[in-house]
Design a protein around this ligand. Structure first.
Ligand code: DGL
Length: 263
């Protein structure tokens, strides 16, 4: 039996939206969820900081947890550091990229919103996806660090503040053509965790999409035919483990993760 886990990595709780999809598709897989709580948030960091931090940390994690595959369950880290990580590690690495292609397939108005972190929405990677898959669409972008904090707060058990969600996404819909957006790409893995709140806060009805199910299918494909140990063992690992991380235990339990530890 092969006990090696799939390692999913994010700055905080966002990657749980990806973990949920992977777990649904591969219930037999052991999952190690890593949140870089000491480095959180990524979205307000520079490209140089992310490109230096993420490959080094994943190298350390790969040595410690011996995963069969790593999922970078973070758009910010993926759009900036995916190539560096692939160059540094001899393991399959699955990244998270903004789901602009499916959004373009869904949109009737041909106006798409991309909601991510400040760091993600300014990446040339996003220009490239828009040019390749949505060249006949207007692609409006908005970066929100506040929305990342709101998703963290929700999973830490804090109460939901709808006006704060409205404020966080107002800048997307206030742009020229913003009133015609019919599909919003959740281009930060934190945002699917608050999709009901986003739907309620949007100034008009929109559909949301994200990359989680595509990532799960990719992971299933890359691990097809592999053995798994009898009963899957899931854990969460934090780069800093304090009271805030302890308060995540109920949310982690809802995702099937019974225990947490410090790196
Ligand atoms: N969850 C991350 C993403 O997908 C980043 C959140 C943050 O640390 O700012 O981009």
């Amino acid at each position: 039996m092969d006990a090696r886990p799939i390692l999913l990595f994010d700055s905080g709780v966002g990657g749980l939206s990806v973990l949920g999809a992977v777990r649904d598709l591969l219930p037999q897989a052991g999952l190690t969820y890593v949140a870089d709580s000491a480095g959180f948030p990524y979205g307000t960091k520079s490209e140089a900081e992310i490109a230096a931090r993420v490959p080094a940390l994943l190298g350390r994690l790969a040595e410690r947890y011996d995963p069969r595959l790593i999922v970078i369950a973070c758009n910010t880290a993926s759009t900036i550091a995916l190539q560096h990580v692939r160059a540094a590690l001899d393991l399959p690495i699955v990244g998270t990229v903004p789901a602009i292609k499916p959004a373009a397939e869904m949109s009737k108005t041909r106006v798409i919103g991309v909601l991510g972190t400040d760091a993600t929405v300014r990446q040339p990677y996003v220009d490239d996806l828009a040019a390749r898959f949505a060249s006949d669409c207007v692609v409006l972008r908005h970066g929100s660090a506040a929305l990342v904090e709101l998703a963290e707060a929700k999973l830490h058990g804090e109460s939901i503040d709808l006006p704060a969600y409205r404020d966080a996404i107002a800048g997307l819909f206030a742009q020229p053509d913003g009133d015609r957006i019919d599909v919003v790409v959740n281009a930060c893995t934190h945002f699917p965790l608050v999709v009901e709140e986003l739907a309620a806060a949007a100034p008009h009805p929109v559909r949301f999409t994200d990359g989680a199910s595509g990532i799960a299918r990719r992971v299933a494909y890359l691990t097809r035919g592999q053995e798994w140990s009898g009963s899957p063992d899931h854990r969460a690992v934090f780069t800093r483990f304090g009271d805030a991380e302890r308060r995540l235990a109920p949310a982690l339990a809802r995702f099937g993760i019974p225990r947490s530890e410090s790196l």
